[in-house]
Design a protein. Structure first.
Length: 303
């Protein structure tokens, strides 16, 4: 059963919503860093989660905070880390197979996945309004796919990345009710590092391509600390009050921030066709109109 969200329906943004918006802004910057870093997607994620896990370890070490959890919770978080790592690998693979804007808009399909999967996980009724919102966002994705056919592989990777993100977000929305967000983040990022290491080991990924160029180091440190460990803890912490769907919906603002930054860094906006922009407008309109529609429906039911 979902926790009540009476505070979140207020016209005044609460602390968790502000934190989430700031976190989504930081996530929007990860696409830029992914395009700037020279190593491939799996190797990039390996460095990213290594830096993030180490930075969180020092946070617990010097902050003298407890990391102990039960074996059952450890295994849940450790295996969830595989989904986290898979999400990021597919995310960066999508960027390298297409463009930053295409990848970020594909990630918006997380809303539909969450609208369907969250009620299944929680054994509650599926919300028609959430499904409609998800379908509108998928319509935007289809428009982008239709007009951006040269990026087929990148779009597929982006959609799979969104599916993985939806699943681990739903899992975390339950875990955060029992475990501190920073603890969840540490064990999941450690798990992501383990699974990425295992994959690289068996596929021969530990090779000369792992060598970093001088500019990669600074980008990776920024990606691993601010954009991963800090943002990941913040993203998990807001789930104590916000449902996985609400988080997924607001996360769709990531394309706005990402596309604006992509324009500033790469001029990618000039490469996008009319189909891309029509799809993007549908997606972003849905994000802004959904809370309004939900509030109006609740008012009618209560009247």
């Amino acid at each position: 059963m979902r926790m009540p969200h009476s505070k979140n329906n207020s016209s005044v943004p609460n602390k968790n919503l502000l934190i989430l918006h700031f976190t989504v802004f930081i996530w929007g910057f990860t696409g830029i860093l992914g395009a700037l870093i020279s190593v491939n997607a799996v190797q990039l994620v390996w460095y990213r989660v290594l830096i993030a896990a180490i930075s969180l370890f020092f946070y617990f070490k010097f902050g003298k905070k407890a990391l102990q959890i039960s074996r059952q919770n450890f295994l849940k978080l450790f295996f969830t880390g595989g989904l986290v790592g898979g999400h990021w690998i597919l995310f960066f693979a999508s960027i390298k197979l297409s463009t930053v804007p295409v990848t970020l808009v594909c990630l918006s399909s997380m809303t539909l996945f969450t609208a369907i999967l969250e009620p299944l996980f929680n054994k509650t009724r599926i919300s028609k309004l959430e499904i409609i919102a998800g379908l509108l966002i998928i319509t935007g994705i289809v428009l982008i796919f239709k007009f951006e056919t040269q990026y087929t592989k990148g779009i597929i990777a982006g959609l799979l990345s969104a599916l993985f993100a939806s699943i681990f977000s739903i899992i975390n929305s339950k875990q955060v009710k029992q475990i501190e967000p920073a603890v969840i983040s540490f064990y999941e990022l450690t798990g992501a590092f383990f699974w990425a290491t295992l994959y690289l080991f068996f596929t021969g990924g530990f090779n000369q391509a792992m060598y970093l160029k001088p500019h990669d180091i600074g980008y990776l440190l920024l990606l691993g600390t601010i954009c991963t460990s800090l943002a990941y803890v913040a993203g998990v912490s807001v789930m104590r009050e916000l449902s996985a769907f609400r988080v997924a919906l607001i996360t769709n603002l990531e394309p706005v921030y990402g596309i604006l930054m992509s324009f500033l860094f790469f001029g990618d906006m000039n490469k996008m066709t009319t189909g891309f922009w029509v799809g993007a407008v549908i997606i972003l309109s849905t994000i802004f109109l959904f809370p309004v529609a939900k509030t109006q429906i609740q008012k009618r039911r209560n009247s």
